[in-house]
Ligand binder design. Structure first.
Ligand SMILES: C[S@@+](CC[C@H](N)C(=O)[O-])C[C@H]1O[C@@H](n2cnc3c(N)ncnc32)[C@H](O)[C@@H]1O
Length: 393
C-alpha cells in the first residue's frame, strides 16, 4: 500500500469505529482485524501503519467526530507529513478543500470532562488517560516466582507483589513462560485490586463478574488452589474463554457458573450468606482504560452511564446477599467517575445496615470517599476504584 492508501484505509476504518461507538458495536481492534481479513494485499507493515494512524486519530479527537475524514484532518493539523498524503491519488484521500470540517480535539465530550473534574480528575490527569499504556505481567505463584522467573527480555518489578513491567508490544504470548502458565498479562492496577480482596487458602470466594477470568486466576493463585472459588458471569462467550487460561495457569479449583441477568441469585442460591469474600468487578464506563481503548470515550453517553450505575448498584445488592457474617464484599470498577465509585459505596452503605467500609492501603493510589483510587497519571496503572466492605458478624 502507498502511504496515501494507508491514510485512506485509516479513514474508512475510522468511519466504522465511529459507527460502532454510536451503536455500541465492536471495539476498534476487532474492526481493524476484520477489515484486513478481506484485504490480503495489505502486508504486516501496512496493517501496523494503518492501525497506528487509526488510534492516533482516535486519541486526537475529544468528542465523537462527524466522519473518519474529519478525524484524520484533526490529526493532520499537527502532522504536516500527513497533510501531504491527502493527494487525490488513485487509492489515497481527496485533496483537502478550504473550509472542510475538522473534528474537535480535546480529551472527551465536555459533559464527560466535567464529570471527571467533579470526580477529582483535573485536565492534566485526564490528559494522561490518553497516553500509551505500559505492558504489565503477573507472575503466577502456582507455577513460578517473580525473583527467579526467566523471561527473554528485561523486566522491572512493579508495586504489585508479583508484578513485572516489560516494553509495550513485547510478544508475550509467544514466550515459553507464558505458554507454561507462569505469567499472565495483567495491569498493575488490576493486580492491586486483587490484592485488596485478601483471598486466603481454604476460603469460599465468589468472583461475580468474572468475565474471561483475569482476576479469577489471580485469586486462585492467592488461594494456592485451596478452598472454593466460583467464577460467574452473564456472558457465556467470555466465561468460556476462562477454561483454557485456567488450565494453562494450573488453577484447577475454579468452578464457573453462567448467570441470567436480573436472576443471578437463582444459580448462586447455595452461596447465600456463605462467602468469605465476594468480588464485584462490575461492568462500567471504562474511563480508567482509555489508554487501551481510547474510542471508549466516544461510546459513553449520559444514558449509558446511568445504566451502568443502575447495574452496579443492583450487583452490589446481589453480592451482599452472598457474603457470610464477617465476610468481605469487594467492589471494583475501572472507572474514575464517582458515580461508579465512591458514590456507589455511599449509597450502598445508606441502603444496608450492618456493613462498614474498610480502610484500604495499597502500595499505589490514594483514598477516594470510602474506597481507594488508582489513576494512570499518578500511579501509571489503569484507573480503578476499589472498595472493601465488611459485613458485621
Ligand atoms: C469489568 S468486566 C469483568 C472483567 C473480569 N473480572 C476480569 O478481570 O477480566 C465486567 C463483567 O461483568 C459482566 N456482567 C454484566 N452484567 C452482569 C450480571 N448481571 N451478572 C454477572 N456478570 C455480569 C460482563 O459480562 C463482564 O464480563
Amino acid at each position: 500500500m502507498t502511504p496515501a492508501a494507508r491514510v485512506q484505509a485509516a479513514i474508512e476504518l475510522l468511519d466504522a469505529v465511529i459507527a460502532a461507538a454510536k451503536a455500541d458495536g465492536a471495539p476498534a481492534d476487532r474492526l481493524i482485524s476484520d477489515y484486513f481479513k478481506n484485504r490480503r494485499y495489505a502486508g504486516s507493515k501496512d496493517r501496523r501503519a494503518v492501525r497506528e494512524l487509526v488510534f492516533r486519530a482516535v486519541r486526537a479527537c475529544g468528542p465523537v467526530p462527524p466522519t473518519g475524514r474529519a478525524a484524520m484532518l484533526r490529526l493532520a493539523e499537527t502532522d504536516p507529513v500527513l497533510v501531504n498524503l491527502f493527494d487525490g491519488s488513485g487509492h489515497g484521500p481527496a485533496v483537502i478543500k478550504p473550509g472542510e470540517t475538522v473534528a474537535q480535539g480535546g480529551i472527551a465530550a465536555e459533559w464527560l470532562v466535567s464529570a471527571l473534574r467533579t470526580s477529582g480528575i483535573d485536565e492534566a490527569e485526564a490528559a494522561s488517560l490518553l497516553k500509551r499504556a505500559p505492558l504489565d505481567l503477573r507472575v503466577n505463584t502456582l507455577k513460578a516466582d517473580r525473583a527467579s522467573i526467566l523471561l527473554p527480555v528485561e523486566a522491572e518489578w512493579t508495586a504489585a507483589p508479583q508484578g513485572l513491567r516489560v516494553a509495550p508490544g513485547a510478544p508475550v504470548e509467544t514466550w515459553d513462560a507464558f505458554q507454561a502458565g507462569q505469567i499472565e498479562v495483567q495491569d498493575t492496577g488490576s493486580q492491586l485490586a486483587c490484592l485488596a480482596i485478601g483471598a486466603q487458602p481454604g476460603e469460599t470466594v465468589l468472583d461475580l463478574c468474572a468475565g474471561a477470568g483475569g482476576k479469577t486466576l489471580a485469586i486462585a493463585a492467592a488461594m494456592d488452589n485451596r478452598g472454593k472459588l466460583v467464577a460467574s458471569d452473564s456472558d457465556r462467550a467470555r466465561l468460556a474463554r476462562m477454561a483454557p487460561r485456567a488450565i494453562r495457569a494450573g488453577a484447577g479449583m475454579i468452578e464457573t457458573r453462567l448467570l441470567n441477568p436480573g436472576q443471578e441469585l437463582e444459580v448462586l442460591a447455595d452461596l447465600a450468606d456463605r462467602c468469605d469474600a465476594v468480588l464485584i468487578d462490575a461492568p462500567c464506563s471504562g474511563t480508567g482504560t482509555w489508554r487501551r481503548n481510547p474510542e471508549a470515550r466516544w461510546r459513553l453517553t449520559t444514558d449509558r452511564l446511568a445504566r451502568f450505575a443502575q447495574v452496579q448498584a443492583r450487583l452490589l445488592d446481589v453480592g451482599a446477599n452472598l457474603v457470610a457474617p464477617g465476610g468481605r464484599l469487594i467492589y471494583v470498577t475501572c472507572s474514575l467517575l464517582d458515580e461508579e465509585g465512591a458514590g456507589q459505596i455511599e449509597s450502598f452503605l445508606a441502603r444496608h445496615d450492618g456493613w462498614g467500609a474498610d480502610d484500604i492501603d495499597l502500595p499505589l493510589g490514594e483514598a477516594r470517599g470510602r474506597g481507594w483510587r488508582l489513576s494512570p497519571g499518578r500511579d501509571e496503572t489503569d484507573g480503578f476504584f476499589i472498595a472493601r466492605l465488611t459485613r458485621a458478624c
